[in-house]
Write a protein that binds this ligand. Structure first.
Ligand SMILES: Cc1cc2nc3c(=O)[nH]c(=O)nc-3n(C[C@H](O)[C@H](O)[C@H](O)COP(=O)(O)O)c2cc1C
Length: 192
């Protein structure tokens, strides 16, 4: 059900399985990453790091696809771009653990998703990948942690993925109502 005051792009955004391999313009990818950079962060640390590849660099792109669980490879390999999000887990000013690094990287990703959607670009995030493979490939130390991998592109016609996966794209995924996750004064008291 539509929420009257919630921004349209927030309500309409969704994560498809069917992607078109059509190129996403560089200016759109740039705008998405720039939007990510506007996110708030603990101590303004901006701990997020993004590395991406597109089908135009097929060798690297396929290496990225190889990081994914097989169930994700099936559909994600058709997307035009793959973006890997990482988080710097130590504060730059004192070297101590930044326990908000993942939180803040998630906020940057949220900006990226919404900016993408406003430009007609879809993003599907994945936790189903091997962090070990990513760490090894990029030679990461323990201060830079892979967070998620995103498939990015224009919406597809469903022909390149198994029908049962495309079927999932027919319906939007259900969301909890606000009173299921928001409370007023006490956790036993629904917010509205
Ligand atoms: C951190 C994270 C990890 C996810 N991992 C996967 C994944 O490995 N495979 C997958 O198909 N979808 C994955 N998803 C997509 C979610 O299933 C999807 O966002 C959720 O069902 C809500 O749907 P919506 O994005 O269309 O609103 C992930 C989403 C997030 C935020």
């Amino acid at each position: 059900m539509k929420k009257e005051l919630v921004l349209e792009i927030i309500q309409e955004r969704w994560s498809p399985y069917s992607f078109s391999s059509a190129p996403v313009e560089d200016f759109k990818l740039k705008a998405m990453l720039e939007a990510a950079g506007y996110a708030p962060s603990c101590n303004n640390e901006q701990p997020w790091v993004f590395v991406y590849s597109t089908q135009q660099d097929s060798e690297v792109f396929n290496e990225y696809i190889g990081f994914l669980a097989e169930a994700n490879q099936i559909w994600a390999r058709h997307a035009y771009a793959i973006i890997i999000s990482m988080a710097r887990t130590k504060f730059s000013f004192n070297g101590k653990t930044n326990k908000y690094a993942f939180h803040d990287t998630g906020m940057a990703v949220s900006n990226l998703l919404l900016q993408a959607f406003a430009l007609d670009i879809y993003v599907h995030q994945m936790a189903g990948f091997s962090t070990e493979k990513v760490k090894e490939y990029f030679n990461l130390g323990d201060d830079l942690e892979p967070v998620a991998i995103m498939a990015v592109g224009y919406i597809g016609d469903g022909l390149s993925i198994p029908p049962e996966l495309f079927k999932r794209d027919e319906k939007r995924r259900p969301k909890k109502t606000v009173n299921e996750f928001a409370f007023k004064n006490a956790l036993s008291h629904p917010a509205f």
